[in-house]
Design a protein around this ligand. Structure first.
Ligand code: GRG
Length: 300
């Protein structure tokens, strides 16, 4: 399976797709009154990031024979939702972070009130953007996309995961089930929505949708486990590094519960399973296989 991904130049693919997404996001930003809220939305939306969710959405659409442009409004909307969640996550009432993607957090630049509203505005603009900009897709298909996207950020997704995460802070005995509950929602739900909506927009059959959904769930969990492992190994190797958030808040992580070797083993198994799920879906599956391989091997 890995060999399939090996003959695909992921770096070139990612930078080309990132450029498309970047251009579409620039074109999407609002420039209306009041200027302050538009500036705050733009500040975080155009502040870099891997653009993983839009890229997955476009790749999934193309895999199932759709034109990437059909999925671009949804791809942009997913990045708006992700950005909204990061703005809110950085607020003093949540994780209280001063920096995001190497820049001052939104609330440090615009103040807490505007940051809260910039997150709110991005949330609803994302839905408006899907409805207003998607072309050549039936209303029924579009409604299914909106249902999946909105579900993925609500109590069944990001919000639910964040609440469980807040509740678990300081708890001495978080078990693996709770940790999985948190991460399937905080990280997995939007990745899954990206892959599944891209496929729906292309008109995928139910079997392909189920495969892509399992691919994304496995990928999301593996992504988080590797993230936890990288945080520990970075802390061990970078002398004088500021303690990471999880250390400050005494949060449970996979390496704390399982140790590093077992965490890596589980992440690699999830990635193998993710790749097996989508392998039968044809030649254009290479970008999604390569993204899975990248999650396994990434070093930051
Ligand atoms: C829906 C507005 C809203 C809020 C929901 C605040 C909150 C409640 C949820 C926060 C969830 C959160 C911060 C999840 C982290 C997800 C994650 C893996 C972030 C990092 O993603 P990358 O690596 O980041 O793709 P870049 O910067 O590359 O985009």
């Amino acid at each position: 399976m890995t060999s399939t991904a090996k003959f695909f130049d992921l770096a070139t693919y990612l930078s080309a797709q990132q450029a498309h997404v970047e251009a579409a996001l620039k074109e999407a930003v609002l420039t209306t009154r009041p200027a302050k809220i538009c500036e705050a939305m733009q500040y975080s939306l155009l502040s870099g990031g891997k653009r993983l969710r839009p890229i997955l959405c476009l790749a999934s659409c193309e895999l199932l024979g759709g034109a990437g442009m059909v999925a671009m409004p949804t791809a942009c909307a997913l990045e708006m939702l992700h950005t909204a969640s990061l703005i809110h996550d950085d607020l003093p009432a949540m994780d209280n972070d001063d920096y995001r993607r190497g820049k001052l957090a939104n609330h440090k630049v615009f103040g807490e009130g505007i940051a809260l509203l910039a997150g709110d505005a991005l949330l609803i603009y994302a839905v408006e953007f899907i409805v207003g900009r998607t072309e050549g897709v039936s209303a029924e298909r579009l409604l299914r996309v909106i249902h999946i996207v909105t579900h993925s950020i609500g109590v069944g997704g990001l919000v639910g995961g964040q609440v469980a995460d807040l509740e678990s802070e300081g708890e001495p005995h978080i078990d693996l089930n709770t940790l999985e509950f948190i991460h399937t929602r905080k990280t997995g739900s939007l990745l899954e929505a990206a892959v599944v909506t891209g496929a729906i927009l292309a008109g995928a059959d139910e079997d392909s949708l189920a495969r892509l959904s399992r691919y994304a769930r496995n990928l999301g969990l593996a992504f988080q486990i590797i993230d936890d492992v990288l945080d520990v190994t970075a802390t061990q190797t970078e002398l004088g590094k500021t303690p990471r958030k999880d250390e400050k808040a005494q949060k449970a992580t996979y390496p704390k519960l399982l140790g590093i070797p077992e965490s890596k083993r589980q992440a690699h198994k999830l990635i193998d399973d993710a790749m097996s799920e989508i392998a039968p879906l044809g030649k254009d599956v290479r970008p999604l296989l390569a993204v899975a391989d990248y999650v396994r091997t990434r070093s930051n």
